[in-house]
Design a protein around this ligand. Structure first.
Ligand code: HEM
Length: 328
């Protein structure tokens, strides 16, 4: 075969590989060398201005990936309002404007190259690191999806889902019971300021109503709530009160990064029903116990689970949106 034909075949094969198949660390190294720096700079600026953007960006990545893979569909806004982020389980999502800012800068630097889905994945990692959580390498090369539908969002885990349903919803995405505990719970490293998932966030009272006043249709509170804690929660979220009032998800440790979350779950001080449920099932309970006494293992397991989360239904065929809020 002539040399030119061989070279063409090699180039074709390698472009097929990157456009169809694989996520890879450093995907933008040749295409847009400053891509990861630009995202990090934008996220850092936002974080210094308001540290609560860190949990928001982490949650955004989870919610993007759990519905049809990490394809940026969570960012879409349509006039008809039937897009994915209108689903109940997605309520309270924040941080989209930070992704928009990063995207605008990336479009100036290398137009049409860096996908919105990858920006979300990188921003989540940068948020974890800024919160003194573990650094991990983010695989990139995702493409943005063309579809963003509220109907598809029924797979989103909800606070009122029984633990069996949460396990199934995670398993359907290739995530294990351990991933459920690790991703949902916390990264424990005593003495450091906040990190992952439910240790650093807040929730609105409307996610609490069922648990506080009509748990599983019983018209009574969730019996797993410690009686000493129930009054506090009911005072913050009274029946018929303002559903938008917010409270820290990890009672007592607030913005701090410690083992409090696991102790809280074990003692009946979990705020979200889905967090309390982690201690009610033989598949998840041992992991809560494990991380409560061995917080050091969490950093590694959390980082591994985040990489796994970013691989859900790899979307490497699609397009790169110019504006993250629009599918076109
Ligand atoms: C078991 C499945 C899960 C359920 C049912 C669930 C539910 C919720 C709910 C109801 C909130 C409060 C939202 C609000 O009121 O604004 C929340 C917040 C949050 N969730 Fe989850 N979640 C789950 C798993 C995860 C996972 C796997 C992650 C990360 C990898 C995550 C990260 C967060 C973060 C960081 C916040 C705080 C967001 C903020 O402060 O804006 N969650 N979650």
């Amino acid at each position: 075969m002539p040399r030119l034909a061989i070279l063409t075949a090699i180039l074709l094969l390698s472009s097929l590989r990157s456009s169809r198949g694989q996520l890879q660390v450093g995907f933008y190294a040749g295409l847009c060398p400053r891509a990861e720096d630009i995202v990090r700079t934008v996220v850092t600026g936002a974080f210094l201005n308001n540290p609560s953007v860190a949990p928001a960006l982490l949650r955004l990545h989870f919610h993007d990936c759990i519905v049809d893979g990490c394809d940026g569909s969570i960012l879409v806004r349509t006039p008809a309002g039937q897009q994915e982020n209108r689903a109940f389980g997605h309520q309270g999502l924040r941080g989209q404007s930070i992704i928009d800012d990063a995207k605008a800068q990336l479009e100036l630097e290398c137009p049409g190259v860096v996908s919105c889905a990858d920006i979300v994945a990188l921003a989540a990692r940068d948020s974890v690191v800024l919160s003194n959580g573990p650094f991990y390498l983010v695989e990139t090369g995702r493409r943005d999806g063309f579809v963003s539908s509220v109907v598809d969002a029924s797979v989103v885990p909800e606070v009122s889902d029984p633990i069996e349903v949460l396990l199934i919803k995670f398993a359907q995405k290739g995530l294990t019971a351990q991933d459920l505990v690790v991703l949902t719970a916390i990264y424990c490293r005593p003495g450091f300021v906040l990190a992952a998932a439910h240790t650093i966030g807040t929730t609105a009272c409307f996610f609490m109503t069922g648990r506080l006043y009509n748990f599983q249709g019983t018209r009574r509170p969730d019996p797993s709530i410690n009686p000493m804690f129930l009054g506090t929660l009911q005072a913050i979220c009274p029946p018929g009160g303002n559903g938008n009032v917010r409270l820290a998800i990890d009672n007592g440790s607030g913005q701090f990064f410690d083992a409090q979350f696991f102790s809280n779950i074990r003692a009946g001080f979990a705020v979200l029903q889905s967090d309390a449920a982690l201690y009610s099932h033989p598949a998840t309970r041992p992991f809560v116990d494990f991380y409560a006494v061995d917080p050091a293992s969490f950093a590694q397991d959390f980082a591994l689970a985040m990489v796994k989360l970013g691989r859900i239904q790899r979307v490497t065929a699609g397009h790169v949106r110019r504006v993250c809020s629009s599918v076109v």
